[in-house]
Design a protein around this ligand. Structure first.
Ligand code: ADP
Ligand code: MG
Length: 258
């Protein structure tokens, strides 16, 4: 496992309000290299934090620094160019396209117009078609999608779709990938495969932050865990530290009462 000393992503006093609802109430996180799990009861603010980090929501207050650059309020394209991306569900209109075609496209930009390829880092711009096809095949191999490469994406199982989502964002050459419940609806075999791939990518230097509800996954696969509750960071530490923290147990017990 990688040492998590080096800060990759930091937020300071991040706030986000929706009308009278406070979704983020002063979030301070400091995410290092490696694999970090983000947990917390429903409504804790995990998805809102992801949206703010990746530019899909603009925070009302506070700051976000990624690899030393202030990205607060920047748009998703700019943030992706810096190397911070999140996975997207494969949109309906791409379900009839093959896995290979999906990999050639890469993820669409957020407003849906144009191809992702047109807004990723400049060097990708000049990448020729041959190289793009090579990379799409390499990615399919890496994620064990080679045997379904000519199948429509709509034929894939839930887990294979998650692998394809991950493959698509990796084609943008990110440094850090955010995953919101990457294992939801995934069978145990593919769950294992997704986790293995995340570990392998982590050993190649990618940084991951992912939301996951299964505590066994969090305990066994994360270098560090950040716990959110009511729009704030309740605690952060190693899986063992977090597990033995009474406040974490209480936060989840509170959820049962709701
Ligand atoms: N677009 C929105 N409009 C209004 N309220 C929202 C919106 N997004 C999130 N919220 C509210 O913000 C709080 C945090 O939600 P969310 O970030 O989805 O939590 P989590 O992902 O941890 O379950 C919840 O009370 C939720 O209802
Ligand atoms: Mg959520």
């Amino acid at each position: 496992m990688t040492d998590s000393d080096e800060t990759v992503l930091r937020t300071e006093n991040l706030e986000k309000h929706f009308g009278g609802i406070t979704a983020l109430d002063g979030v301070d996180v400091d995410i290092g290299t490696g694999i970090t799990g983000l947990i917390g009861p429903n409504g804790a603010g995990k998805t809102t934090l992801f949206n703010c980090l990746t530019g899909f929501e603009s925070p009302d207050k506070g700051s976000i620094t990624f690899e030393g650059t202030d990205i607060t309020g920047a748009n998703p394209a700019t943030i992706a160019q810096q190397g911070l991306v999140r996975t997207f569900q494969i949109p309906h209109e791409l379900m009839e396209m093959t896995v290979f075609e999906n990999l050639l496209l890469g993820p669409p930009n957020q407003s849906g117009e144009g191809l992702f390829r047109s807004w990723v880092r400049g060097d990708r711009f000049v990448e020729d078609e041959v190289r793009a096809r090579e990379r799409a095949r390499e990615m399919a191999d890496f994620f064990d999608l080679d045997h379904v490469i000519d199948e429509p994406a709509g034929n894939l199982s839930g887990g294979q779709r998650k692998l394809l989502e991950l493959a698509r964002v990796l084609l943008t050459d990110p440094d850090m990938v955010l995953l919101d419940e990457p294992l939801a609806g995934v069978n145990p075999t593919l769950e294992q495969r997704i986790l293995e791939r995340i570990h392998e990518l982590e050993s190649q230097g990618y940084t991951f932050l992912f939301v996951e509800h299964d505590m066994n996954v969090i305990m066994n696969h994360c270098d560090r865990v950040v716990v959110m509750h009511q729009g704030r960071v309740l605690t952060a530490g190693s899986p063992d530290e977090v597990r033995s923290d009474e406040r974490v147990v209480e936060a989840y017990l509170g959820e049962v009462d709701v």
